[in-house]
Design a binder for this molecule. Structure first.
Ligand code: GSH
Length: 206
C-alpha cells in the first residue's frame, strides 16, 4: 500500500473529494491540514505553488484536485469497471468540476442582496438544468449509481459537491426536482466508511 500525504488548508474545498475517496476505500493517509499562516512556507514546495497536493511514498508529488481524485479512484477500485465506465465517471466528475467553479463566482460579490440574486441565477440557469439532465441519466442507468452497477468516484464527487456548505446558499429545496440524485447522495452518505468520516471530520466553514 503506498504511503499517502494529502496537503490542503483546513477546509473541505478542493481536497474533500480525495479525502472521501480514501476514506471510502478504507485507505490510511496523512490528512495534512494547515492554516493560512503556514502557507507561505509550504507553497514553494508544491509542484505548482498550489494545493491540494498528494505526496506518494514520501517523494512523488501530484497536483490538481481531479487528477489526484482520479488517480486514487483508479488505485482503489472506484474508477469504473472498464474504459467506457471510466470515461463516463470522468465525464460526470468534470461536470462537478465545472459546477464547483460556477458556484464560487457569487461568493466574490460583497453586497448580500446582489449575492443572493447571483446565487439564485446560478441555481436557475445552471444547477437546475444540470439536475434535469442528471435525473434522465440516473433513470436510464437504472442501478441507482451514475455509472454501471456500482459506486465510482463520480458518485462521490456529486455527494461532496451537493453536501458542501456553499450549497446551502441555494436553499433547502435545491434537490426537490432531483429525487434520483437525492437518493444517490443519501446512498453515498450511508457507506459506513464515509458516514464515519463525515461524522468525525473537522467542522469547517467551507
Ligand atoms: N485547478 C486546481 C485544482 O483543482 O487543484 C486549483 C488549485 C487551487 O486553486 N488551489 C488554491 C490554492 O492553492 C486553494 S483552493 N491557493 C493558494 C495559492 O494559490 O497561493
Amino acid at each position: 500500500m503506498p504511503g499517502y500525504k494529502l496537503y490542503y488548508f483546513n477546509v473541505r474545498g478542493r481536497a474533500e473529494l480525495a479525502r472521501l475517496i480514501l476514506h471510502c476505500a478504507g485507505v490510511p493517509f496523512e490528512d495534512f491540514r494547515f492554516e493560512g499562516k503556514d502557507w507561505p512556507a509550504i507553497k514553494p514546495n508544491m509542484p505548482f505553488g498550489q494545493v491540494p497536493v498528494l505526496e506518494v511514498d514520501g517523494d512523488k508529488m501530484l497536483a490538481q484536485s481531479y487528477t489526484i481524485a482520479r488517480y486514487l479512484a483508479r488505485q482503489h477500485g472506484l474508477a469504473g469497471q472498464n474504459d467506457w465506465e471510466q470515461s463516463q465517471a470522468d465525464m460526470y466528475a468534470d461536470c462537478i468540476y465545472d459546477l464547483h467553479g460556477i458556484m464560487r463566482t457569487p461568493t466574490w460579490e460583497t453586497d448580500p442582496v446582489k449575492q443572493k440574486e447571483l446565487f439564485d441565477k446560478v441555481n436557475e440557469e445552471t444547477i437546475q438544468p444540470h439536475l434535469e439532465k442528471i435525473e434522465q441519466h440516473l433513470t436510464k442507468n437504472g442501478s441507482g449509481y451514475l455509472v454501471g452497477q456500482g459506486l465510482t468516484w463520480a458518485d462521490i464527487a456529486y455527494y461532496a459537491f451537493f453536501t458542501t456548505p456553499i450549497m446551502t446558499r441555494l436553499g433547502s429545496e435545491v434537490l426537490t426536482k432531483a429525487p434520483h440524485l437525492k437518493k444517490l447522495i443519501e446512498l453515498v452518505g450511508n457507506y459506513p466508511n464515509i458516514k464515519k468520516y463525515v461524522e468525525t471530520r473537522p467542522v469547517t466553514s467551507a
